[in-house]
Design a protein around this ligand. Structure first.
Ligand SMILES: NC(=O)c1ccc[n+]([C@@H]2O[C@H](COP(=O)([O-])OP(=O)(O)OC[C@H]3O[C@@H](n4cnc5c(N)ncnc54)[C@H](OP(=O)(O)O)[C@@H]3O)[C@@H](O)[C@H]2O)c1
Length: 327
């Protein structure tokens, strides 16, 4: 699979990675056997980049990944984790002592001395403007608790603030055919600064697969049931902030753009990885079949200009009014 340098980490990663929120919680039950099968399928398909967080299953996702990679010492996989959302979301919690404690827990869960990459996990906005926060992150690197740090953000403004910091290795942000705003300023700024862009929620929580109807019901413990209006965390995370009925209908139109031999989900991933400035895309997978299909998107030919224009038109007509000014 195509490899790209993950920004200031200097390390190469697969252009399609794997998001592992599903292996922790909040997406209905994904049993341990299934979770391991998802990791196996992704690695066998050439994925060398995993995204996790200390809060996914309160450490379950990190522990599963740690165990899995220990059994494969030759697999050259970069694991990005995140920290900060196991505690109250106030700027006062983003201090060196907490960073040390949080990364120590992730190091233990993953079974490594030094994390590959730790990301601030969508902290309060003021955290991105704090010199003390970035000094503390530099200290984590100096102490070899982590090889590099990055941020996961909700808004384009937060991304631009983080990109201006010289130590920021990567920015994780929602980019998909229903979330085009990062293409305007964030992707060019990241590319110019040598900061990686990790594209998350690439399928708009599955909407872009085109498999859902307005009758689709998700499990009670799936965020697609309980966070549609931002009840538990930022509304922009669930279905990319698009109202479900609008998303189902726009996804049907998107599906008509899929080239022969490619599914709508693969078409969305292909569209993302050909956006200049994107380093890697991290679809979540709930089954080995999904993990394999997502990895295969890396081998599809680039979408022609006519299809790119059609995505822009779909966004402008149906999605832009709901999301563009919010994130
Ligand atoms: N704040 C943050 O930093 C943050 C927030 C959100 C996500 N993330 C990261 O980003 C990753 C990806 O985002 P996400 O998981 O929220 O959303 P996503 O990747 O847009 O959607 C994942 C869902 O799409 C469906 N799907 C996946 N592959 C498919 C395929 N090949 N064909 C059809 N359907 C498919 C599955 O749902 P069904 O099987 O139910 O249809 C799956 O659970 C996460 O795992 C996590 O690592 C980070």
């Amino acid at each position: 699979m195509e490899q790209r340098i993950l920004g200031r980490t200097g390390r190469a990663v697969s252009v399609v990675g794997l998001g592992t929120w599903q292996l922790g919680a909040d997406w209905g039950e994904v049993g341990e056997h299934e979770a391991i099968a998802v990791l196996d399928a992704a690695l066998e398909a050439g994925v060398t980049f995993l995204d996790t967080a200390d809060v996914y299953g309160d450490g379950r996702s990190e522990q599963l990944i740690g165990r899995h990679l220990r059994e494969r010492p030759d697999a050259d996989v970069l694991v990005a984790t995140k920290m900060g959302r196991r505690q109250e979301q106030v700027p006062e919690n983003y201090v060196l002592d907490n960073f040390r404690a949080w990364t120590d827990r992730s190091r233990s869960n993953l079974g490594v001395d030094t994390l590959d990459l730790v990301q601030l996990h969508c902290p309060p906005t003021s955290v991105y403007s704090s010199d003390a926060v970035f000094d503390a992150l530099d200290t984590l690197v100096a102490e070899e608790r982590t090889a590099a740090y990055g941020v996961s953000v909700e808004t384009c403004a937060e991304a631009l603030t983080a990109i201006s910091r010289p130590g920021t290795a990567s920015v994780q942000i929602i980019v998909n055919p229903f979330r085009l705003k990062p293409l305007e300023e964030v992707l060019p700024a990241a590319e110019a600064a040598g900061v990686a862009i990790i594209a998350r929620v690439p399928l708009a929580s599955g909407l872009l697969s085109g498999r859902y109807t307005t009758e689709t019901v998700f499990a009670a413990d799936d965020h697609r049931t309980f966070n549609r209006h931002g009840e538990a965390f930022d509304r922009g995370e669930t279905f990319s902030g698009v109202d479900f009925a609008t998303g189902v209908s726009a996804a049907a139109e998107f599906g008509e753009l899929a080239p022969a031999g490619a599914s709508p989900a693969q078409t969305a991933l292909r569209w993302i990885i050909q956006q200049p400035g994107v380093t890697s895309v991290i679809p979540g997978a709930r089954s080995p079949e999904q993990a394999r299909a997502n990895a295969a998107a890396a081998a599809l030919p680039p979408l022609p200009q006519g299809k790119l224009d059609a995505v822009q038109s779909l966004y402008d007509r149906r999605i832009r009014p709901q999301v563009h000014d919010n994130w």
